[in-house]
Ligand binder design. Sequence first.
Ligand code: TYM
Length: 334
Amino acid sequence: MEGKKEIVLSGIRPTGFVHLGNYFGAIRNWVNMQTEFDCYFCVVDWHSLTTHPDTKELQTNVHRLMSELIGSGLDPEKCVLYIQSDVPEIAELYLYLNMMAYKGELEKTVTFKDKVRMQPDNVNAGLLTYPVLQSADILIHRAVKVPVGKDQEQHIEMTRNFAERFNHRYGDVLSLPYAFNYGSELTKVMSLDGIGKMSKSENQMNTLYLADDDDSIRKKIMKAKTDSGPTEPNSVKPDFIDGLFSLMKIVSKNDVVEKFESDFNNCNIRYGDMKKQLAEDMINFISPIRKRTEDIRKDENYMKRVMKLGAEKARENANITLQTVRNAIGLKYY
Ligand code: TYM
């Protein structure tokens, strides 16, 4: 409809502390998008059950994640911030979309193959149909932009395929969504050892979390892998050095990055100095978020209000799609 803002949806699993990969791959965009678009952001607790069946920590994790999202700059007045399991409409759409998803393509999904390797004793059907549930998250709100990191690209492509199949069979009902990043490419923040990406549960010494205190940030960065430096001018950077420069580009001023780039290119870089500078810039970046998060978390009434209001608004919008979907399929008997 003319004049209407485009709809945005994204989600995050409550399986651990929020790290810089989550922040720079996704949350930073969410914060910027909330003023420009009609935004829905979701804590996907059902998804976490596919890998974390033990729910002892779930409530704490969900509450902490909610406060970390608000502490990072999401404003529940400007966006709809809610918990997936508060919106049963998603589960119903998931059911219909399961009929649009083929076993072969689900088995070929990269994240599924990774998880089969990680938890060979619990290859449950929820794990196999994880991308279908994610599609339901997105399609239930008629979202067209999905701000995510690089690792989620395949899931968004699958969402488009499921939506297209649905529309082909039942009429033009579902919107086709695309992965989104303000920059030209989707982001992948590498871990501090340069091996693989930062992630919530693995590799804690090589991952920077928004909850890390100043000392831990300093320690982790000072321990990050370096070498004796380049011997040829303008050399290609090894992955672990490139990772440090990427972090610096995110949190440090341009002239600081330029100085160390030029030191690297002239073979006189001192990695100790670079890491000290990076650690201080990182602390300046993370500590205000950590402090805001702690304050929000203490205010239980506020948190409760946010979760309740988010659930109501999300259900209202989800219902509109679900009614159209039910009608399109022909689930109307009286
Ligand atoms: P999750 O919880 O693993 O991660 C949340 C967001 O953080 C991004 N991200 C990264 N970006 C760059 N570099 C990294 N090292 C890095 N690590 C994580 C992820 O790309 C993601 O955007 N399946 C999703 C959750 C989900 C979802 C959705 C996302 C469920 N339903 C609907 C979008 C739309 C996931 O596991 O994200």
